[in-house]
Design a binder for this molecule. Structure first.
Ligand code: ADP
Length: 464
């Protein structure tokens, strides 16, 4: 099959979150499975200089022969960030990504070889399946082309005032509440869900959750209508990129059989975080965006209880100012116990994964989550809330004695979090047993090869 990935961020060129990891890894796995892959993304400033393909795009190659095309437009994409600055979205995001979608289709025609599947990701590409209904419906170049739309995070929907609809360049009749309209506004995530041939999301559990009122973010009705054409496919982890046995960011390396270096990494982490070096109490790490989703409100309300326990905590992240300020304040008030690095930093991220004993992720919701998979790989035992992709990857030691690889909060509450931390302390203090738990965690695998099988089924289903 000839498959095109269209996404607003792709590793190694531009990343703000897990979307980039997925769109960097999955195409290469599909290529390895024998398919022909292209990737199309915006030509952001941070992509650097790439050779020109034509007036519309520059080009590069990843993997064995996956061509990556970068849609040019200096005014739209030559900015310092991907989506916004100073905590505000760029006001012209609808225009930027509508342009991206339209140019993508024109670029495919420039390239000249028809494609079987256009695989779109998140709201930034939600317009694309609509464009194939108008104005490209009768374009012979796209007759055999089917679209798949993947929801990476339903909470970010690309909602804009109705006055902007005209800028999309599609028929006015689609602006109705069964299609692109959402409470009087334009909703590009909804457009992608309604107009694509198949909808996927990034874990089986999240696929179920988003069809409920509680987690559907207002789109549960639309999703329920597409019930037979929605599937949750668990993201894989790139186990070559994330490997404590061969990791350019950390030295020395370690393996499940020889975990000794983990102790060295704990000391390093404590030092770079300004925490006293102590080996007898566990370090709880966190890496991720500082936003409501990741559960800082629960961390804040549990904090008094947390610092009464013999633990240290190290958080790494950037995001909303209110959470940055909150975490900085907690660090100031609890020196030696809690440290925060407010930045985006690959080096420190690897050090947190390698140096932490536990990895705390009390997300309010979690479509899939990569960080708990990375934490497992580095032997930092995850402590997670019982939602979304966590339930597909973290199995509690108690309820799942054989498969157990972490701790799942018994309830989303202060007592639930503290109870889990107490259980974690209990495990930590049984040194021999804890080493076995770490080895087991490090050996857990959630592979792209497995995900690829399911994506190919979806692509085939679209074409049948
Ligand atoms: P989301 O997509 O919700 O942001 P994921 O868990 O799916 O969360 O993926 C987050 C990815 O971004 C992981 O690879 C994580 O290591 C990385 N990451 C997040 N914040 C930072 C940061 N401040 N510094 C370095 N890496 C980060």
């Amino acid at each position: 099959m000839r498959i095109v990935f269209v996404a607003s961020e792709v590793l190694p060129f531009a990343k703000t979150g897990g979307l980039a990891d997925v769109c960097g890894a999955l195409p290469l796995e599909l290529e390895a499975a024998g398919h022909e892959l292209l990737i199309i993304m915006p030509y952001y400033k941070e992509v650097g200089t790439k050779p020109s393909f034509n007036d519309r795009a520059c080009v590069d190659t990843v993997g064995k022969g996956v061509k990556v095309y970068f849609i040019k437009n200096k005014a739209f994409f030559g900015r310092s960030s991907l989506y916004g600055e100073n905590m505000n979205d760029y006001p012209d995001n609808l225009e930027r990504f509508a342009f991206f979608c339209r140019e993508t289709l024109e670029l495919l025609k420039d390239i000249g070889q028809p494609v079987d599947i256009i695989h779109c990701h998140d709201w930034q590409t939600g317009l694309l399946p609509v464009l194939l209904k108008d104005p490209y419906l009768n374009d012979p170049f796209f007759v055999q082309t089917k679209t798949v739309f993947t929801i990476h995070n339903l909470a970010y929907q690309g909602v804009f005032p109705k006055e902007e609809y005209a800028k999309l360049g599609v028929d006015a009749r689609f602006f109705n509440d069964g299609q692109v309209e959402f409470y009087g506004k334009v909703n590009l995530m909804k457009a992608g869900i309604v107009f694509s041939d198949y909808v996927t999301t990034v874990s089986p559990q999240y696929a179920k959750e988003i069809q409920t009122k509680e987690w559907g973010c207002g789109l549960e009705g639309v999703l329920q209508e597409r019930k037979g054409r929605i599937v949750g496919i668990l993201n894989g982890l790139d186990y070559e990129r994330w490997d404590p046995g061969h990791d350019g960011f950390i030295d020395p390396s370690y393996t499940p059989q020889d975990q000794l270096a983990k102790k060295i990494h704990k000391v390093k982490l404590q030092k770079i975080s300004g925490l006293p070096v102590m080996s007898d109490i566990p370090v709880l790490g966190f890496v991720g965006r500082l936003c409501y989703q990741k559960g800082f409100d629960l961390v804040a309300s549990s904090f008094e209880g947390l610092v009464q326990r013999p633990i240290q905590m190290v958080f790494l992240g950037v995001g909303e100012k209110k959470y940055q300020d909150l975490l900085k304040k907690l660090a100031r008030n609890n020196p030696g116990r809690f440290a925060v690095h407010v930045k985006y930093d690959e080096d420190i991220a690897h050090q947190v994964y390698a140096g932490s004993d536990f990895f705390l992720m009390p997300s309010v919701y979690e479509p899939c989550g990569l960080t708990q998979m990375i934490a497992l790989r580095y032997g930092a035992i995850p402590i997670v809330s019982g939602v979304g992709g966590f339930l597909d990857t973290v199995f509690d030691f108690v309820s799942n004695k054989k498969q157990g690889n972490g701790l799942v909060l018994p309830s989303y509450s202060v007592s639930g979090l503290l109870e889990s931390v107490d259980r974690a302390l209990g495990f930590y203090n049984q040194k021999d047993k804890f080493a076995v738990m770490i080895a087991h965690a490090m050996n857990c695998r959630f592979t792209w090869a497995e995900a690829v099988k399911h994506y190919i089924e979806v692509y085939n289903e679209c074409r049948s």
